[in-house]
Ligand binder design. Structure first.
Ligand SMILES: Cc1cc2nc3c(=O)[nH]c(=O)nc-3n(C[C@H](O)[C@H](O)[C@H](O)COP(=O)(O)O)c2cc1C
Length: 338
């Protein structure tokens, strides 16, 4: 991982949540690879112009006038930054259910036929390859679950834009409920930072946890427990869930639920499928506070219920770890107060 391209698009300056999380991500990337070169674009401070007849002619046609040539040069410059980046970090606040227009203007300049994509016999083909993206999505409300999921024109759109030019390895970091008050915001930020840790280098985090028990493996274990809650128990797509289970659970890991235990990746995924089948579709799990761990054991307290409603079930996950992955997970259930 040599080059990082970081892009901010929030108009909120120092009070911006996404700017802080983009910075956290860049710091973590640089810690993992101190020799990485960083290119930074602030689309609020130095906006990319919105499309006009001249900019479209310059970017997609034969640039002739001064305005067209200027647009072509800017597009060349932005694409060169993208082409030379190994990791692209994008700060993308949700504005009116989608992305800031400044970020859209950046995409307008880098989605260029025959340079970053082309149409062939099989349809569109992205021309960038071997790149990862980490996209920080901040939102006043909640869109990752529940009835407002269908109003999310931010993540599917960003996923499509990036995939269209060949960037399919994308980690989305969610900082939701930013408008729900300080407590919800703090919890959301803690979760986002754990997602960043896992996104920056999940394998290294796992190896770090096993190889360097003297230091602070708890950091990596906490990320594993949070990921288990979000991407295993919070994932209804069985194929996606199994991918995560293979990544974060030992091959012969055991899941102990109150009434039965199962061993191995497929059986764990099946047990979660069965659990979720008994719950309403909008039922969501969320950590009450960040996971904590020490000396090989971790715990996370969680609640589950409808996204806007009261908790219907609360519980605690207790995990043991081996080789940076989960060796066993005990799920303890409480009944929530009426
Ligand atoms: C112009 C504008 C439009 C917004 N639209 C939405 C929206 O549609 N849905 C939402 O959940 N939050 C919305 N928000 C709230 C932001 O997503 C939230 O404040 C987030 O923290 C912004 O990111 P930032 O802190 O990095 O600027 C909007 C905020 C602004 C300024």
């Amino acid at each position: 991982m040599g080059n990082i391209l970081a892009i901010d698009s929030s108009v909120s300056g120092d009070s911006s949540i996404s700017r802080g999380l983009v910075q956290d991500t860049v710091v973590r990337l640089l810690e993992a690879n101190p020799k990485a070169a960083l290119t930074y674009r602030d689309l609020a401070a130095a906006p990319v112009p919105h499309l006009t007849p001249a900019t479209v002619a310059g970017i997609r046609g034969t640039a002739e006038t001064d305005a067209e040539i200027a647009a072509r040069m800017l597009s060349d410059e932005l694409i060169a930054e993208l082409q030379s980046a190994d990791v692209i970090v994008i700060g993308a606040p949700m504005y009116n259910f989608s992305i800031p227009t400044s970020l859209r203007a950046w995409f307008d300049h880098v989605l260029r036929p025959r340079v970053t994509f082309r149409y062939g016999e099989n349809g569109a083909e992205g021309l960038l390859s071997g790149k990862r993206a980490i996209v920080v999505e901040t939102r006043g409300g909640v869109y990752s679950e529940g009835p407002t999921r269908g109003m999310d024109f931010q993540e599917p759109y960003l996923k499509t834009l990036l995939a269209f030019i060949g960037i399919t390895d994308v980690a989305f970091i969610h900082a939701e409920k930013i408008g729900y008050g300080p407590e919800a915001q703090q919890l959301s930020l803690a979760k986002a930072r754990e997602q960043i840790d896992a996104a920056v280098n999940p394998r290294a985090a796992a190896e770090y946890a096993s190889d360097n028990a003297q230091a602070d493996p708890a950091i990596a274990w906490n990320a594993l427990m949070q990921k288990n809650l979000d991407d295993v128990f919070g994932e209804r797509d069985a194929a996606r869930r199994l991918d995560v289970i293979r990544q974060i659970y030992c091959d012969d890991a055991v899941l102990h639920e109150p009434d039965h235990s199962v061993r191995g990746h497929d059986a764990i995924s099946q047990a979660v499928t069965e659990l979720l089948a008994h719950l309403p579709a909008d039922f969501a799990f969320s950590a009450i506070r960040p996971a904590s761990s020490h000396n090989g054991i971790g715990r996370v307290q969680w609640t589950a219920g409808p996204p806007e409603g009261p908790a219907e079930v609360t519980g605690i996950d207790i995990a043991s770890f081996d080789g940076g992955r989960i060796r066993s997970l005990h799920v303890f259930l409480d009944q929530a107060d009426a």
